[in-house]
Design a binder for this molecule. Structure first.
Ligand code: 5RP
Length: 262
């Protein structure tokens, strides 16, 4: 692996081989999502605890201090909305010049395997890899399902993750599945990080799926709503840190969350 790619990945994935990414990119198709109405306010308190921040260029320029030492994963796909015809009809939104100018440590792009726009989104991924690799910028593929959350079976996610890796993604972000998540990770020759999906009922549920996903080989998380829609987002972030970086069990993380929440 080239030095530049290795260096950028080492800023995002810590020495223990694990990572805790913070996505604040939901506005790119959902608009002012609950608890992200003012992105700068959500980002400010959580940024020191994130191993990487996943944002669009608009939120980066308007809402993230330029002296941050947290590496940035730039969301570079979009042009659809939650009220439009099809969330999967995405293109690449950001040029390679802009990615370099913004000093991104990595870029993230969605693919929608099995959708009407499967070929288009997989072409987007391939082209982005072609544009970023010569500059040593790793691409993180996001296996997206749009509104069809029921698609998130182990079998489907294994297919999507493997295709993403084959097309050149250096990291794949996918959902956790209670069934066959070990097969999802084993079938993907690059590191897998877990996305959260809609907010769970309890904190314990979150700690349990993250713990199980990591035991099954994921290297970390990219959890958004289950962090910043929690009434105590900083304790949630720190308790998740314990699961990811200190191998805390779900019950221990729950205890830590309660202690930190006062
Ligand atoms: C939304 C994304 C998010 O980064 C991803 O879904 C993780 O966030 P959450 O944990 O809230 O699902 O790609 O476009």
């Amino acid at each position: 692996m080239d030095w530049g790619i290795e260096n950028r990945l080492s800023r995002l994935i810590k020495e223990d081989g694990r990572c805790q990414f913070l996505p604040i990119d939901h506005g790119y198709f959902q608009g002012p999502t609950s608890c992200l109405e003012k992105p700068s306010e959500t980002i400010e308190g959580l940024l020191p605890y994130a191993d990487g921040l996943f944002v669009t260029r608009g939120v980066l320029r308007s809402s993230v201090p330029s002296n941050t030492s947290t590496p940035i994963i730039l969301r570079v796909s979009g042009v659809t909305s939650i009220i439009g015809a099809d969330l999967s009809n995405e293109t690449i939104t950001t040029s390679i010049d802009e990615i370099i100018r913004l000093n991104a440590a990595a870029v993230g792009i969605s693919i929608f395997v099995g959708s009407d726009y499967e070929k288009q989104t997989l072409t987007n991924l391939s082209q982005l890899v072609n544009q970023c690799e010569p500059y040593g910028i790793p691409v993180m593929a996001v296996t997206a399902v749009g509104k069809e959350l029921e698609k998130r079976t182990g079998r489907y996610l294994a297919l999507s993750c493997r295709i993403a890796a084959e097309l050149g993604a250096r990291i794949v972000k996918t959902y956790y599945s209670p069934d066959d998540f070990d097969k999802v990770v084993e079938g993907c020759p690059v590191p897998v990080v877990i996305a959260g999906g809609p907010k769970c009922e309890t904190e314990l549920e979150v700690f349990e799926f993250v713990y199980d996903g990591i035991q099954k080989g994921a290297i970390g998380v990219n959890l958004g709503r289950n962090v910043w829609q929690n009434p105590n987002p900083v304790p949630m972030m720190r308790a998740l840190h314990a699961v990811i970086h200190d191998n805390a069990k779900p019950g221990e993380a729950q205890e830590l969350y309660h202690d930190l929440s006062g």
